[in-house]
Design a protein around this ligand. Structure first.
Ligand code: SF4
Ligand code: SF4
Length: 446
C-alpha cells in the first residue's frame, strides 16, 4: 500500500496494441476445434450412423425415427449457425471451420518443407528444389488426407467398421469406393484449392452475406486521423489475397484478423494503434470499446436477443426431449381381427401385439403383466423377452381372463411392462372384450 511519504512513480506511457494477439488466439481456438473435430465421431458424441440409421448425440443413441429429437436438433443447429452469422459475421470461417484450419496447416507445412529443401539442397537448381519440395509435401499430405477423411467419414459410418475397411484396403464395396474418393478429393483440396475453396465453393460466405446487418461483427479499416502509412503489410499478411482498405464487405474476407495483427505490428512501433479493427458494423464502435458487457459480446439490438432466446428455447426443448426419452420403446396394440375367443375351459382370450425396440446400448429384458382383472395371465410370450442393443421385435400375445373376473362386453385393463435393467415401468390402458352372455360365441360378437 502506498504511503504519503512515497513518491508516486511516473508511469511510462503505454501503447496498447489491440489485435496483436489474434493470430495466437486463433491458433489456440483452431487447435481446440481440431481436437473436437476428431473426438466427436470417435467417441459417439455427435455423429450420424447412416447404415444403421442412428444419430449419436452426447452418448445417447437416437433413432432417426425419433422425429422430435432429430427435428429439435436440426432446428437448434440451424438457429445456432444463423445467430453466429448474424452476430459474429465470418467468425466461423476464421476460427472454427475445418476447411480453414486444414488449409492454413497445409500452407504452414508447405512453407516449412520449402525451407527444409532449400537448406538441404543449396546447390540444386530452382526447378529441382521446387519439384523435390512438391514431392515431399505430397508424401506428407497423403497420410494426412487419409486421416482427415477417416475422421470425416466417421461422422457417417461406425469408426471401427471404417478402420477395418481401411486396413483391408477395401476398394470393392460402395463404402470403400466412397472412402477412397473422399480421400482423393481431400488430397486435391489441400494440395491445390485450400482457401480458394472458401470463395469458389463454400456456400457459407453467401449465407452470411444474407444474414448480416448493420451491427454484424466485421473487420474494418477506419482511419479518421489519416495514420495509415500505406506499407501494404496488411495486404501481404492476408491469406485471401485481398486489400481490406478497399471495403469491409469483400466476400473473400474470412475475418481472420491477420491484417489487424500486421497493422498493429507496424503502427505499434510508431506509437499508435492499428487502423484495422474488429468493429460492430460500418459505423459501430471498435468491438472492445463499449462499456456494457452485453453490447461488447454483440447483443446490440432486440433482434439478437430474440434469436438467442429462440436458441435457448430449442436447447431447453432438446434437453427435455433427451431427458424424457425411454431407451426401450414399447408399443402395445390390440389385434382386433377377432374381438375375443373363448377356450374350451371357458377362459376368455383377447389378442394383442407388442412392438419393442431397444434403443439403448445394453441388453434389456421386458416382462408383461396384467393389472385390474383378477386371475388374468399372458400367453404366447416369454416371461422375460430379451432384446439386444438395437434390436426390434414384434410379437403377438394373448391376454387370458377367467369369466368370473369379467363384466359382459367391455372391460378395462392395464398391461404393465417392466424393463430391466433400470427397472423402468410403463403401463398401457387397453380394452378387453368379453362375451355379452356366457354362451355367446366370438363369431356373433364380431
Ligand atoms: S482482409 Fe484481413 S480479416 Fe479479411 S481475410 Fe484478409 S487478413 Fe483476414
Ligand atoms: S498495415 Fe496498416 S498502415 Fe500498413 S497499409 Fe495496411 S492499414 Fe495501412
Amino acid at each position: 500500500m502506498s504511503t504519503p511519504t512515497q513518491a508516486a512513480k511516473p508511469k511510462k506511457p503505454r501503447i496498447i496494441i489491440p489485435g496483436t494477439q489474434y493470430h495466437r488466439i486463433r491458433k489456440a481456438v483452431q487447435a481446440i476445434c481440431f481436437i473436437i473435430f476428431v473426438t466427436l465421431p470417435l467417441f459417439d458424441i455427435m455423429r450420424i450412423d447412416l447404415p444403421r440409421q442412428r444419430f449419436y448425440f452426447f452418448g445417447a443413441e437416437l433413432w432417426i425415427s425419433e422425429f422430435s429429437i432429430v427435428f429439435l436438433t436440426l432446428m437448434f443447429m440451424w438457429i445456432l449457425i444463423a445467430a453466429m452469422a448474424m452476430i459474429y459475421g465470418r467468425f466461423w470461417c476464421g476460427y472454427l471451420c475445418p476447411q480453414m484450419i486444414f488449409s492454413e496447416t497445409a500452407n504452414g507445412l508447405e512453407k516449412r518443407i520449402i525451407r527444409f529443401v532449400n537448406k538441404q539442397m543449396p546447390n540444386a537448381g530452382t526447378r529441382s528444389r521446387r519439384i523435390s519440395a512438391a514431392i515431399l509435401f505430397s508424401l506428407v499430405l497423403l497420410p494426412a488426407s487419409v486421416f482427415v477423411t477417416f475422421v470425416f467419414v466417421s461422422y457417417f459410418v461406425p469408426p471401427l467398421d471404417l478402420f477395418h475397411r481401411l486396413l483391408s484396403l477395401d476398394m470393392r464395396t460402395a463404402g470403400g469406393i466412397v472412402g477412397a474418393s473422399v480421400t482423393l478429393v481431400t488430397f486435391l483440396d489441400f494440395a491445390l484449392l485450400r482457401e480458394r475453396f472458401c470463395t469458389a465453393i463454400c456456400p457459407y460466405g453467401y449465407l452470411q452475406n444474407m444474414l448480416k446487418d448493420k451491427h454484424t461483427l466485421l473487420v474494418r479499416f477506419h482511419d479518421p486521423k489519416d495514420e495509415c502509412i500505406k506499407c501494404s503489410k496488411c495486404v501481404r499478411a492476408c491469406p485471401m489475397g485481398i486489400d481490406i482498405r478497399k471495403s469491409s464487405h469483400q466476400l473473400e474476407c474470412t475475418h481472420c484478423a491477420e491484417c489487424i495483427d500486421a497493422c498493429s505490428g507496424i503502427l505499434g512501433k510508431l506509437g499508435t494503434h492499428s487502423v484495422i479493427q474488429y468493429a460492430w458494423g460500418d459505423s459501430g464502435a471498435h468491438s472492445a470499446a463499449e462499456g456494457n458487457w452485453f453490447r461488447r459480446i454483440g447483443l446490440r439490438d432486440g433482434k439478437r436477443v430474440a434469436v438467442l432466446v429462440l436458441l435457448l428455447v430449442y436447447a431447453t426443448g432438446l434437453s427435455i426431449a433427451i431427458g424424457l426419452r425411454q431407451p426401450v420403446l414399447l408399443r402395445i396394440m390390440p389385434d382386433r381381427i377377432t374381438l375375443y375367443s373363448v377356450a374350451p375351459d371357458g377362459q376368455v382370450h383377447n389378442r394383442f401385439r407388442m412392438l419393442a425396440s431397444n434403443r439403448g446400448q445394453v441388453r434389456v429384458s421386458v416382462s408383461l403383466s396384467i393389472a385390474d382383472l383378477k386371475g388374468a395371465s399372458i400367453e404366447e410370450i416369454e416371461d422375460r423377452k430379451v432384446l439386444e442393443p438395437g434390436e426390434s421385435v414384434q410379437q403377438h400375445f394373448d391376454v387370458v381372463v377367467p369369466p368370473s373376473s369379467l363384466h359382459p362386453g367391455i372391460n378395462r385393463i392395464r398391461i404393465l411392462a417392466d424393463v430391466t435393467p433400470g427397472k423402468t415401468g410403463q403401463q398401457f390402458s387397453e380394452t378387453f372384450f368379453a362375451p355379452q352372455t356366457p354362451s355367446a360365441s366370438p363369431d356373433n360378437e364380431k
